[in-house]
Design a protein around this ligand. Structure first.
Ligand SMILES: [Zn+2]
Ligand SMILES: [Zn+2]
Length: 337
């Protein structure tokens, strides 16, 4: 079967590979694959601890062909989103219900071969079914789960003044759930285009980073700074700058990941008695809630998709139109059946 492999940084190849060997796992047909920041980093050779060759693809809209040995209610023909976080089930994080940060977590399409191929085996418990959503919507559930989990970590309350920094795909997914929680939301980004996109999504306040930001935020908050700041940039300077933006007693959530050290001034941190939280991946219950929110129409992801192409065209299209293109918000790969 056609399989697209990232052979080395900057080079995809479309090869003919065998179908996945039988196992107790469910066999699924991949219909749609969302392209993620992780995929772009792997292509650019900037994903640490990443090994090549690798079949990418962890944002998947799939159809169940055979539910496998432990179907858990799944049957052939079901449409599902995939939870790509393969956890051990035994470690301290897993035992405490935090499968998203398992000590030996393997992310499908990052640490193990993923979905850039028509057939794939996945544990049935990692499949989240929806009778209503189409494959494209299902392929966006994982990205949305990242934002939903960050908002959960933040424990946002209705009416709370919240600042989200960074309006890329992760930031946008945070924004969706912060709005759904009824937060009083401001979004900061360097790009005018992205800020305009946010306003079209219903974000009431947008601003640019810089020296005037604190004052601008205070004005928006009737004299008070936001009680929660969520950074979705993965940029060290932005993350370090975060410590100056929350109100006293507030909290910071780092959902964007920076591959290095982030430093902060302790007296500033202490004076404000800040709470700093990391947010990684998402939990299965959160993904099921996200599916319900998309099903009910509270969250509409269709405007996110800026590019579409076919799996077989990936080796040609990806380097030319996707990698390094700031106009790409979310690219969607179609797997013709
Ligand atoms: Zn992703
Ligand atoms: Zn574990």
């Amino acid at each position: 079967m056609l399989t697209v492999v990232l052979e080395k940084p900057g080079h995809f190849a479309a090869i003919d590979a065998p179908e996945p060997a039988p196992s107790g796992d469910a066999l699924v047909r991949v219909h749609r694959i969302g392209v993620c920041g992780t995929d772009l980093h792997a292509f650019a050779g900037k994903q640490p601890f990443f090994t090549y060759p690798r079949v990418l693809g962890h944002e998947l809209g799939v159809e169940v062909i055979d539910p496998g040995d432990s179907p858990g209610g799944l049957k052939a023909g079901d449409r599902c989103a995939v939870e790509p976080y393969l956890n051990c089930g035994r470690c301290i994080a897993c035992r405490r219900g935090k499968s998203n940060c398992c000590t030996s977590l393997q992310v499908l399409g990052v640490h193990t071969d993923g979905g850039m191929r028509p057939l794939l085996r996945v544990p049935a418990r990692k499949l989240h079914r929806s009778a209503k959503l189409d494959y494209e919507q299902l392929a966006l559930i994982e990205t949305l789960g990242i934002g939903a989990h960050a908002v959960e970590r933040a424990q946002l309350v209705e009416g709370e003044f919240v600042l989200v920094i960074g309006a890329g795909p992760i930031g946008l997914s945070v924004i969706q759930f912060a709005l759904a929680r009824g937060a009083k939301l401001a979004v900061m980004d360097v790009s005018d285009t992205r800020l305009e996109f946010c306003r079209n999504l219903g974000v009431p306040h947008t601003l640019k980073p810089g020296a005037a930001a604190v004052e601008e935020l205070q004005q928006l908050g009737d004299g008070d700074l936001p009680t929660c700041v969520i950074d979705a940039t993965g940029n060290a300077a932005s993350m370090a700058g975060c410590f100056n933006l929350p109100a006293h007693g507030g909290r910071i959530v780092f959902v964007g990941l920076f591959q290095g050290e982030v430093t902060f001034n302790d007296p500033n941190f202490h004076r404000r008695e800040l709470t700093l939280l990391a947010s990684r991946n998402a939990l299965p219950g959160t993904l099921r809630e996200v599916i319900q929110l998309v099903e009910s129409g509270q969250i509409d992801t269709r405007p996110w998709i800026t590019h579409r192409f076919k799996l077989a065209d990936t080796p040609a299209v990806f380097p030319r139109e996707i990698a390094g293109n700031p106009a790409v918000l979310k690219a969607m790969i179609e797997v013709p059946q």
